[in-house]
Design a protein around this ligand. Structure first.
Ligand code: NOJ
Length: 628
């Protein structure tokens, strides 16, 4: 059914893209989606929206919105089925940011041999698969997310021989490796881009997005998304930094290059890829201007024309058939802005596109962005999880994560009070390892690492932060601009891994490329791996538990006491066993609801669990045998 301006809001809401967008907009405006379920609202026509939103969306918004909706003819299946088995549903993934993981050659920069030296540490923790952030040749404008040569290793990280050895080391320990696939853009120093500018008539002339005039799209890293190139008298698009040039996926030659390159790495034996901003690869024909009201709402102009582009599914299917499927390789797409219904259409097992996605809806609370200084309420996490657990369905597998190299540390977002650091770390791990989905742990998370004490802009390295600082300083004092950066800078997650209490946290013999602080004195791997009560040991125990009990992987999930604020309680059940998980989401002591289930206590934050009350951030996992 074609949707038009006269369609009713309930029909728009029944459409997967409509549903995700309406929910996001309502959340951003501080409403719940139950508003739409109200028949009066549901029966309103779409054209009533500008009024309803009190001017936050304008008429122009509709064209874009309807175009987006009408270009997605599919709706996700709603049949119930049991989940099929796959190694990546059972695995615990661990993300390594190579620059900050471990330095083996004393230059202050992490490297491949450094990782090799820590494989036993990861194996010991129980990691099944490693996701390596980019290690390819790069001028490092965005720490490797600007690739100059997809088939070469970054000199600072080592050689291809080091890589081969690393891969062997990972496989010989029974672990798997997924690489980062960054193909929305390349570095402006990539040979293709050099040729596109200098030899516009060559085959590379059409590898990127050149326009005579720029549109109004903005870059995620501040300012216009266009650079001017004298040689061609044209502008080229860059959604990220000025040195990350967007590839033209419309050009079949570009897609073949990508397929070839992916096959090349899979032939080497890697097990799959995490695909950087992969939902951005298809842009709307002609690259029309972004809608003003959406731009103002989101903070970026143009995003509606590429975050779920018209040929996205087609490109993903082609990539799967040409490269992933022949190797039975795994794929997880990084898909900012994509909600649950769109995620289903990208990952359902009958669709042949991706295996999983990272959706980011749970990472910031509604009405907040990463650079806002606010306290994250875990009740919001609970709300998101209830939705994903109950409505994502068994054709799809959720990914479970709080952290990565693009976000501050979760503990700091929730409650930076040091007295709760340990229990909070354990609470987070309990939910991550017992909810339904595949957990991705970010390096240092298993130690309970927190945000850094950066004291000046000179401490920061990230291109996003530095650009934003320059931008903010146009309208506010340097002190205020720095304060804003501190809330959201990606550098919080990029400081060296804390291996020991020694100099430079045991990361390197030389001064690291980005600072360490005193935190390693009390939070480090050396101490925690020896301490049975540590955050690290807790992670290890839970990972082991998850590995030995299918109920925690494939079991049904039944969330109870849903309306009870600050409490997140659920059962995971398989044929023979049931787990009961009980989490207190705040520091307020709370009376236990009812009696404890009869069962065997396996894991808890505390040596003793009180029958009467839950202590701040307490998380307990109980196992209940069916026949008892
Ligand atoms: C997402 C990556 O995770 C981030 O680090 C990077 O800056 C952008 N994509 C651009 O590649």
């Amino acid at each position: 059914m074609m949707l038009t301006i006269n369609s009713r809001i309930k029909d728009i809401y029944a459409h997967p893209v409509g549903r995700d967008i309406i929910r996001k907009m309502l959340l951003q405006m501080g409403h719940s989606d139950s508003v739409v379920k109200n028949p009066v609202v549901g029966n309103l026509k779409l054209k009533a929206l500008p009024k309803l939103s009190m001017g936050k969306v304008d008429e122009g918004f509709f064209n874009t919105f309807l175009e987006l909706l009408n270009s997605e003819p599919d709706i996700p299946r709603t049949d119930s089925c049991s989940a099929t088995r796959a190694w990546w549903k059972e695995a615990v993934f661990y993300q390594i940011y190579p620059r900050s993981f471990n330095d083996s050659n004393g230059d202050g920069i992490g490297d491949l041999r450094g990782i090799l030296n820590k494989l036993d540490y990861l194996k010991d923790l129980g990691v099944d698969a490693i996701w390596l952030s980019p290690i390819y040749d790069s001028p490092n404008d965005d720490n490797g997310y600007d690739i100059r040569d997809y088939r070469k290793i970054m000199t600072e990280f080592g050689t291809m021989e080091d890589f081969d050895e690393l891969l062997k080391g990972i496989h010989s320990r029974g672990m798997r490796l997924i690489m980062d696939l960054v193909v929305n853009h390349t570095s402006d120093e990539h040979e293709w881009f050099r040729k596109a500018i200098n030899e516009p008539d060559s085959q590379y002339g059409d590898y990127y997005l050149f326009h005579d005039e720029p549109n109004n799209w903005t870059s995620f890293f501040s300012g216009s998304a266009w650079n001017y190139y004298e040689q061609r008298h044209q502008y080229a698009l860059h959604l990220f930094s000025k040195k990350q040039m967007d590839l033209n996926w419309e050009n079949p030659a570009v897609r073949h290059e990508v397929h070839d390159m992916v096959r090349w790495w899979l032939q080497k034996g890697v097990d799959g890829f995490r695909m950087d901003v992969v939902n951005y690869i298809s842009k709307r024909d002609g690259l029309p201007d972004g809608n003003e009201s959406i731009g103002a709402l989101m903070g970026y102009y143009g995003i509606e024309h590429y975050f779920y582009g018209p040929r996205l599914h087609e490109y993903l299917r082609e990539l799967k058939n040409e490269a992933f499927a022949p190797f039975d390789a795994f794929s997880v797409g990084e898909t900012p802005g994509v909600g649950m219904e769109m995620s289903k259409l990208l990952t359902a097992d009958y669709r042949g596109e991706l295996d999983m996605v990272f959706s980011f809806d749970h990472l910031e609370m509604p009405e907040h962005v990463r650079f806002d200084d606010y306290k994250y309420d875990l009740n919001y996490f609970k709300k998101c999880m209830i939705d994903w657990m109950e409505n994502y369905g068994n054709h799809c597998q959720p990914s479970l994560f709080y952290e990565n190299h693009d976000n501050p540390r979760m503990i700091s977002k929730v409650d930076p009070d040091p007295q709760f650091r340990g229990v909070l770390a354990k609470l987070l791990s309990t939910m991550q390892l017992t909810l339904r989905g595949t957990p991705f742990i970010y390096q240092g998370q298993e130690l309970g690492m927190v945000n850094k004490d950066f004291t000046s802009i000179d401490d920061l390295r990230d291109v996003e932060s530095l650009n934003l600082y320059a931008e903010l300083c146009k309208t506010m004092s340097e002190t205020d601009a720095f304060k804003k950066l501190l809330a959201g800078t990606r550098d919080h997650a990029r400081t060296p891994m804390q291996w020991t209490s020694g100099k430079y946290a045991g990361f390197s013999d030389a001064e690291p490329w980005i600072g360490t602080d005193d935190d390693c004195k009390t939070c480090n791997a050396a101490t925690q791996t020896e301490d049975e009560g540590s955050v690290w040991s807790f992670y290890r125990a839970l990972i082991a538990l998850r590995k030995t009990h299918a109920a925690l992987v494939y079991g049904d999930i039944d969330i109870v006491n849903k309306k009870e604020h600050d409490l997140f309680t659920y059962y995971r059940t398989s044929e023979n066993e049931t787990f009961y998980i009980e989490c207190l989401l705040s520091r307020e002591v709370k009376k236990r609801k009812g009696k404890l289930p009869n069962g065997v206590r396996l894991i808890s934050n505390y040596p003793e669990v009180s029958e009467l009350q839950l202590r701040p951030y307490e998380a307990t996992v109980w196992m209940i045998y069916k026949d008892k």
